[in-house]
Design a protein around this ligand. Structure first.
Ligand code: ZN
Length: 145
């Protein structure tokens, strides 16, 4: 059952990968996220410019540190900004680019610990085949030797 479900998720993501350069991904981290209000609801206002810069610096620093551990993350960039449908974050995995919503409600750590794996998934073999159950069970095999 679980395997079948994961396969069908992988199949739909693979179609997205062919048809589009960027497939939005909402981090699948916890139930509350699925009811996260979009920025247009006015309940989660965007950070002001200073706060966004501070958060963006923090996020990029975290990705840079992760890239020291996982070679597949080299040159991955992360910014804060507008995401499709008010999603918490989007991984533009073919470009090695992550955008975190400037109105995100989930911590940057939690978001990145999910989104980076879409990039690693893609860079591993040019396909998205891990679905949303991230990190994968074999994540440690992607550590730099
Ligand atoms: Zn995702």
């Amino acid at each position: 059952m679980t395997i079948l479900r994961r396969l069908s998720v992988a199949a739909s993501l693979a179609v997205l990968a062919i048809g589009a350069h960027a497939a939005p991904h909402r981090p699948a981290v916890s139930a509350p996220m699925t009811s996260t209000p979009s920025p247009s609801d006015g309940q989660t206002p965007a950070r002001d410019a200073d706060a966004q810069r501070t958060e963006a610096d923090y996020a990029q620093g975290k990705v840079d540190r992760l890239a020291e551990r996982y070679g597949h993350l080299e040159d991955v960039t992360v910014t804060l900004g507008i995401t499709p449908e008010g999603k918490e974050a989007v991984a533009y995995y073919t470009e090695g680019r992550i955008v975190i919503s400037d109105a995100h409600t989930v911590s940057i750590d939690t978001i990145l610990e999910h989104e980076i794996w879409h990039v690693i998934d893609w860079r591993d073999n040019g396909r998205l085949d891990w679905g949303e159950d991230l990190p994968p069970d074999n994540s440690q095999t992607y550590l730099r030797q």
